[in-house]
Design a protein around this ligand. Structure first.
Ligand code: KG4
Ligand code: ZN
Length: 325
């Protein structure tokens, strides 16, 4: 019989819940983004995020269950993000999930957010099977992972400074595009000339990344231009800046695949939603997470919960959220 898994995600500024089947079919995937609330502050305000999660978590979970045509009693496990992320935000989801488990008797499965992103590849009609090389590029992380099993991975490269998503967000801010920056920069870049400016691509030792150089280069380019010229050049700057980040990611993926002799390569995380990156990946035969599953969502957490230990009553009560590993 098909078992259902509820997934809950509140690590940053998305309150998200989903119901999937144990076979990986997505029955519902509800995401309530707080982006508009945080936009006026130019970034996520942790305390504001926690309070908003508190208001949204109950209706979002109810919506996910209703859209799946399921009741809590029909669910065989409740997966919830334990970390990494904003601790206050994580605690709202984790505490709520504990309460649900306690009230229903359904086991709780604490899920690592990064493993959740990887598990976005294990859903849908054509799920990917390990082993594969995986680039996880989000607002908080840029990691190269060797995924040999459904429930583990090995880190073989990471960023020395900013995450790729952070670089997109900071670049967008320098260009006056507001928050959330990544998607806005993506849209503007489509109308610009990506060869107009030559921004640097860091050459780090091993398989690491660095995005502070390209960010500084953009900062100086913007300063040199002045307001009027900037308005004219904004799309070209966005396209050139995006190209430098995308090239850095593509080059590293190719290098890592070669050095690890991995045939299958995949990309997950919010930055995998970037249209220029997706086009580059497609051209190279690299798998990329479905668009709807790139940025934070509950389905990926439910997916990872299938491969993590279920905790029964009282065992899960002492589980705590963690901000980083
Ligand atoms: O995975 P995610 O939703 O949250 C984290 O776990 O961090 O990733 C969010 C990040 C943000 O930095 C956002 O700007 C970036 O992904 N992002 C994009 C695009 N969509 C989201 N960056 C570039 N182009 C996009 N289309
Ligand atoms: Zn994420």
């Amino acid at each position: 019989m098909t078992e259902l898994i509820l997934g809950l995600e509140t690590s940053c500024d998305e309150t998200a819940a989903a119901v999937i089947s144990d076979g990986g079919a997505i029955l519902s995937n509800v995401i309530s983004s707080q982006a508009q609330i945080h936009a006026r502050y130019g970034g996520v305000v942790p305390e504001v995020a926690s309070r908003r999660h508190l208001e949204l978590v109950e209706p979002v979970v109810a919506d996910a269950l209703e859209q799946a045509g399921a009741a809590l009693e029909d669910v065989s496990a409740i997966g919830v993000t334990q970390g990494p992320g904003l601790v206050g935000a994580l605690l709202v989801g984790l505490s709520y999930a504990k309460g649900l488990s306690w009230a229903s008797g359904v086991p709780l499965v604490p899920v690592d957010h990064l493993r959740g992103h990887v598990a976005s590849l294990f859903l849908g009609e054509e799920p990917l099977a390990p082993p594969f090389l995986c680039l996880l590029a989000s607002g908080g992380h840029t990691l190269l992972l060797v995924v040999r099993d459904y429930d583990s991975h090995e880190v073989i490269g990471g960023t020395r400074d900013d995450a790729a998503g952070e670089a997109f967000d900071k670049g967008a801010r320098l260009l006056g595009l507001g928050y959330p920056g990544g998607p806005a920069l993506d849209r503007l870049a489509r109308t610009g000339d990506a060869t107009a400016y030559r921004f640097p691509i860091a050459r780090m030792e091993g398989l690491d990344f660095s995005f502070s150089g390209v960010k500084t280069a953009l900062l100086y380019a913007v300063k040199d231009l002045g307001d009027a010229a900037l308005a004219e050049q904004r799309a070209d700057l966005a396209a050139s800046y995006e190209r430098a980040i995308v090239q850095a990611l593509l080059q590293r993926i190719e290098q890592a695949a070669e050095s690890m002799s991995m045939e299958t390569v995949a990309v997950v995380g919010g930055v995998a939603a970037n249209s220029a990156l997706r086009a580059g990946l497609l051209a190279r035969g690299v798998r990329v997470a479905p668009l709807a599953l790139c940025t934070d969502n509950g389905a990926m957490i439910a997916s990872a919960a299938r491969y993590a230990p279920k905790l029964l009553e009282t065992d899960y009560l002492s589980i705590d959220a963690y901000s980083s590993r």
